[in-house]
Design a protein around this ligand. Structure first.
Ligand SMILES: Nc1ncnc2c1ncn2[C@@H]1O[C@H](COP(=O)(O)OP(=O)(O)O)[C@@H](O)[C@H]1O
Ligand SMILES: [Mg+2]
Length: 320
């Protein structure tokens, strides 16, 4: 690992245009991305289809070259062989030879990684155990479900005891049980000291396992940071006692969500903004015990769609 490494991944002004110079697309598929991923974290790189997640991962894995900007993985440029040995990678929709058994396939991978023959068998048994596939060791990959294939994909990625795991949509196409198992495998990797960078458009799963996230939308990063900080106290709720519809009417237009409770009272939600905080405090001063204010945490899903909506609005304004 590079001695002056501060972050396991460091990306600055990374931009990618597909196509040759002459036929170059007008819009970049990745635009001026800046991102730092500290060691030891599970980082969720989130965004809708076509946002540029796979493009970023391909640059990190040296499968394609950026048009401009820089990426450092474990302190090294992506084409560094030393760094490659410390990275485990699960590509988007992996396709493995259907005629190989799980153990045969992992044996080929282990040889490619240069794992000495004396410990190869033991290591393959260990990773199969890690991904709960021991009893399928001798089964052919062609007969595997999407979930089993994904687990074998993870098994090959962790064969080499990587410092960093890069996973492209590891949870896609799995049923809830399969997703849970895969999340447990990712958490287990973190507990062993491996940093994980994965991309996903499944937000509820990301919320459960990530320490940090970044949201990419139409080639640009909207925000990145610690999940608990991004979601902390993003809004306030005002609880209004039954029989006080007069207060509800006064605040209705500013609320993002209005819910009538079974007891006839109301619950109004507000996003945290300077003006709304002032207005809510004024309401409390005016109506006293008839209202109660509490803070609330947005779900990652609400946060994600709010950020995307804000970005869509501001980009639309830019083009007008
Ligand atoms: N090989 C390619 N040639 C041309 N355009 C591409 C290529 N790969 C991806 N793109 C385009 O780049 C954008 C980002 O794609 P991608 O990185 O695959 O997004 P994501 O993984 O977030 O769904 C999309 O508009 C996609 O059509
Ligand atoms: Mg993708």
């Amino acid at each position: 690992m590079s001695e002056n490494m501060e972050n396991i991944i460091e990306i600055s002004n990374l931009t990618k245009y597909y196509g040759s110079l002459f036929w170059k697309k007008k819009k970049p598929s990745l635009c001026e991305l800046n991102l730092a991923v500290p060691e030891g974290s599970i980082f969720g790189f989130l965004g809708p289809n076509g946002a540029g997640k796979t493009t970023t991962i391909k640059i990190l894995m040296n499968l394609i070259k950026q048009s401009s900007g820089e990426a450092l993985v474990l302190g090294f440029p992506p084409d560094n062989i030393e760094a490659k040995r410390l990275i485990g990678f699960l590509p988007d929709a992996p396709a493995f030879s259907p005629y190989l058994s799980a153990a045969e396939f992992l044996n080929i991978c282990a040889k490619l990684f240069g794992i000495p023959s004396a410990i190869r068998k033991k290591r393959i048994a260990e990773v199969l155990e890690n991904v709960k596939m021991t009893r399928h060791a001798k089964s052919k990959l062609g007969g595997f479900s999407r979930g089993m294939t994904q687990r074998i994909g993870i098994a090959q990625a962790i064969l080499n005891n990587p410092k960093l795991l890069i996973l492209d949509e590891p949870l896609v196409g799995l049923d809830p049980h399969g997703r849970q198992e895969l999340k447990d495998i990712i958490l287990d990797q973190k507990a062993r000291g491996t940093s994980v960078f994965f991309c996903s458009h499944i937000l509820s799963d990301a919320e459960k396992i990530c320490d940090r996230i970044g949201i990419l939308f139409e080639s640009r990063l909207l925000c990145a940071g610690r999940l608990d900080e991004l979601l902390s106290e993003t809004g306030s709720k005002l609880h209004i006692n039954p029989g006080r519809d007069d207060i509800v009417k006064e605040l209705l237009s500013a609320a993002t969500e209005t819910v009538k409770r079974p007891d006839g009272g109301w619950e109004l939600s507000f996003l945290k903004k300077e003006e709304t905080t002032q207005a809510l405090l004024a309401t409390k001063a005016k109506y006293g015990d008839a209202v109660t204010i509490t803070g609330f945490r947005e779900s990652l899903e609400d946060f994600f769609f709010r950020k995307i909506e804000e970005a869509t609005k501001s980009r639309l304004e830019e083009t007008l």
